[in-house]
Ligand binder design. Sequence first.
Ligand SMILES: CC(C)(COP(=O)(O)OP(=O)(O)OC[C@H]1O[C@@H](n2cnc3c(N)ncnc32)[C@H](O)[C@@H]1OP(=O)(O)O)[C@@H](O)C(=O)NCCC(=O)NCCS
Length: 170
Amino acid sequence: MPAISLRIALAADLPAINSIYNHYVIHSTATYQTEPATVAEREMWFAAHGPEHPAIVAEQEGEVVGWGSLSKFHARAAYRPTVENSIYVRHDALARGIGRRLLEDLITRAQALGYHSMLALISADQEPSVRLHAAFGFAQVGLLREVGRKFDRWLDVIYMQKMLLQRGGV
Ligand SMILES: CC(C)(COP(=O)(O)OP(=O)(O)OC[C@H]1O[C@@H](n2cnc3c(N)ncnc32)[C@H](O)[C@@H]1OP(=O)(O)O)[C@@H](O)C(=O)NCCC(=O)NCCS
């Protein structure tokens, strides 16, 4: 299989990032967004992802085949030690180990940045995502019942958390 490399996302990657994400907006409960993200929305997202909250991409043969990010968990300042991660792999590049590489890299970055824990908010029906996070030591810490509705179905959300075991930190 051609090598997969990871790097920080650049502005030039935004169309590919958006296209990977919008597939899941339209076809999946992986995101509860129901209308495709616009380029302007993606630019705002990119502006909010600097060194403290990195966005990364996975490349294979020069194409962006997945992306991931660490985002603020909550706007209130006392939540600063906590980050929420997102990972999206291009729908035609699944099951090649790209999700695993992205999550591993995000955990390493979160530890290096001094965060205390990482959270993933996952639709309970998204078994690949639940299993991926569990494989990296995320544990279920919450279940919100029927908080979402998409494709005429009620959806539960699982909160999965990984403690990063920092003392002090940000
Ligand atoms: C979840 C997601 C990121 C996994 O990416 P991927 O590149 O296909 O995953 P990998 O090939 O790296 O597999 C890693 C692990 O994920 C789990 N997994 C992946 N695909 C799976 C599937 N179809 N069924 C069950 N588990 C699966 C397994 O634990 C797997 O480890 P294993 O191969 O040792 O069994 C991908 O399915 C995706 O982008 N989904 C839509 C967006 C999403 O749900 N993102 C996560 C929310 S933050």
